[in-house]
Design a binder for this molecule. Sequence first.
Ligand SMILES: Nc1ncnc2c1ncn2[C@@H]1O[C@H](COP(=O)(O)OP(=O)(O)OP(=O)(O)O)[C@@H](O)[C@H]1O
Length: 298
Amino acid sequence: MAFEIKHLNKSFGDKQAVNNLTLNLEEGQILGMLGRNGAGKTTTIRMMLDLIPIDSGEILWKGKPFSKKNLKIGYLPEERGLYAKMNVLDQIIYFGTLEGMTKNNAKKEALIWLEKLDISHAAKKRTEQLSKGNQQKVQLITAILHDPEFIILDEPFSGLDPVNSDMLKNVVRELISKKKTIIFCSHQMEQVESFCDKICILKDGNLVVFDELTNVKKSYGYRYLEVETMSNLSDYFKKNHYNYTKENNRYKIRVSRDTEAHRLIQEIDEKFNISGVSLKDPSLHEIFIERTGSDKSA
Ligand SMILES: Nc1ncnc2c1ncn2[C@@H]1O[C@H](COP(=O)(O)OP(=O)(O)OP(=O)(O)O)[C@@H](O)[C@H]1O
């Protein structure tokens, strides 16, 4: 494995923010890092970036310490950190030079990205004059300008309108197609599902799920039977102790085995007028709720 976190621990006073975290990632894979507020995601990322010291454990890239000395790292922080008074182009160039780029190269790349993200017009403006969404685009450019191999994106789409959100999604897709290794933190499960190969879910600093997304779904143990009908099936499901939800004419029933689903379809088909049925894998949202529902984090 190219990237490895081994037995990582971090406490703040009595609070164990990260507890014996172990996970790994192949080069070019995308890891979705999930967890409720306070689960330990940012603390983990801060340790990766050496922004806070590790209590114990190791973070490795190809067997060596995970560090800017050994690979190019790009980081989009959740709390944006741009200089408000600096003009946009100078700011991007400045961050590029911090990552070892020449001024000329940083400027050339900056102009390409500003054009790509449709904010060339803002190049000479002070950063504070830009809308929040456009500032976020600038922050993303500063994170990827130096063509990093490993990229950490913390809530990259928060606060963006649908057009800007799509634009940034395209950038993420481009990074994926360039085989970058990415850690993607987001509370937006659909995006995590669409981008990520592997998923880790943290709860109270503990790793409660870590696997390939397909295995996470398979090992969840439940699937969902969706039944479309004009009949009222609620009493039947309640009486037979099924776990179900109803939205308009659609019932969604949790089943533990496909055989249970087939038996149920037969039963309700005999008793009610059913217009459609389908068997679905759980969504990441459902798995997340199930695995983190009783989180006690701050
Ligand atoms: N500097 C600190 N001092 C004290 N406690 C801290 C500090 N940083 C984090 N914590 C605590 O550690 C725990 C994990 O916090 P962390 O910020 O890593 O969570 P998170 O998963 O990133 O949450 P969010 O989704 O809200 O960003 C929380 O209980 C938090 O209050």
